[in-house]
Design a protein around this ligand. Structure first.
Ligand SMILES: Nc1ncnc2c1ncn2[C@@H]1O[C@H](COP(=O)(O)OP(=O)(O)OP(=O)(O)O)[C@@H](O)[C@H]1O
Ligand SMILES: [Mg+2]
Length: 220
């Protein structure tokens, strides 16, 4: 599913170059689940953005489902993002002028694969069915987070990238929502990459990594 080989990424910071990823290697089989922990600023979101096709490495090889993300053009990247990837952003990026239900259906509608039975199931599983007519700004942070998770799964993506998917939830809700997230991905055979500060959420994955010095090291 994911093959990363010697990925490098740095940013220009005034007259200094900040190396964020340095010859990073990682792989994940189809349907696999991995978690990434690491200090703030260590490059976790940067890596997710590349896996999402939102940014490119400076060098190295990155392929997802045999598609080479290092060399694809804008149109192909756009199609890849829409069809293959589900994204849960660190900030939810819900659309406030759409209802919860319409937010949820957006990726599936863009792909012409809306399955309303499945959407109803997702709303139920994540405990947000009673809020489906509300706007996101009428929900609590934790409820918005669950909507963001449901939306990322609504088009049954092959790869789900989750950046702090439970960051706004208390411990009890965090483990409940995390379990749902892992479970739904297993059911759909969706590969999952979870970035989290919570060791309990990380522990639910089969493989645990730590982002340090621009590389991913196995944590188990
Ligand atoms: N577009 C950008 N331009 C310049 N620097 C950037 C850019 N994006 C990220 N960085 C820098 O790269 C480093 C890694 O950022 P990143 O967002 O990947 O960290 P993170 O591990 O996700 O941290 P957190 O746990 O706080 O979310 C940071 O020092 C950040 O300032
Ligand atoms: Mg981050």
């Amino acid at each position: 599913m994911i093959q990363a080989h010697k990925i490098c990424k740095s940013y220009q910071d005034g007259d200094r170059r900040q190396v964020v990823l340095s010859e990073l290697d990682v792989s994940l089989p189809p349907g696999g689940q991995m978690s990434i922990q690491g200090e703030s600023g260590s490059g976790k979101s940067t890596l997710l953005h590349m896996l999402a096709g939102l940014d490119k490495p400076d060098s190295g090889q990155l392929t997802v489902n045999q598609l080479n993300l290092t060399t694809i053009g804008e149109r192909q990247a756009d199609h890849y993002r829409r069809s293959t990837v589900g994204l849960i952003f660190q900030r939810f990026n819900l659309i406030d002028c759409l209802s919860v239900y319409d937010n949820l259906c957006l990726p599936a509608r863009l792909n012409n694969n809306l399955d309303s039975g499945y959407i109803a199931q997702l709303l139920d599983a994540l405990g947000i069915a009673q809020h489906s007519k509300k706007r996101p700004n009428q929900l609590s942070g934790g409820e918005q987070q669950r909507v963001a998770i449901a939306r990322a799964l609504s088009h049954k993506p092959a790869l789900l990238l989750a950046d702090e998917p439970t960051g706004n939830l208390d411990n009890k809700n965090s483990s409940k929502v995390a379990k749902l997230l892992y479970e739904q991905c297993r059911r759909l055979q969706t590969s999952l990459v979870v970035v989290t500060h919570s060791s309990a959420v990380a522990a639910l994955a089969q493989e645990h990594y730590l982002m340090m010095d621009g590389k991913l090291a196995r944590a188990n």
